[in-house]
Design a protein around this ligand. Structure first.
Ligand SMILES: [Zn+2]
Length: 101
């Protein structure tokens, strides 16, 4: 009888570990999916929408901005222009941004 019980217990344990393993694999897959999507987005956002050349991050008044290595265009993330304008209120940009708002 003890053997039967041991077998049953073993089967249950196996089932448990298989399930756990499946969960782990699924979790890992989801994580990889998310990461690959993120890195894809990152690559896309690092390209100039105008000429397709890679963007290089540089800082303007301590704000990180992306400048195109091809056409020299500057790209700002949402909120960054706001930050630049705020820091530079006396400039045309600050005035322009203040007016537009
Ligand atoms: Zn460009």
């Amino acid at each position: 009888m003890a053997n039967k019980w041991d077998e049953r217990k073993k089967a249950l344990e196996d089932e448990y570990f298989v399930k756990k393993e499946k969960e782990l694999i699924e979790k890992l897959k989801a994580k990889q999916d998310k990461e690959s999507k993120q890195s894809l987005k990152q690559i896309c956002s690092m390209r100039c929408p105008k000429c397709g050349e890679p963007l290089k991050e540089r800082s303007y008044q301590k704000i990180a901005i992306d400048q195109c290595t091809g056409c020299g265009g500057i790209w700002l993330d949402p909120g960054e222009l706001d930050q630049v304008a705020k820091k530079d209120e006396g400039s045309w940009l600050g005035k322009f941004w203040g007016k537009e708002k």
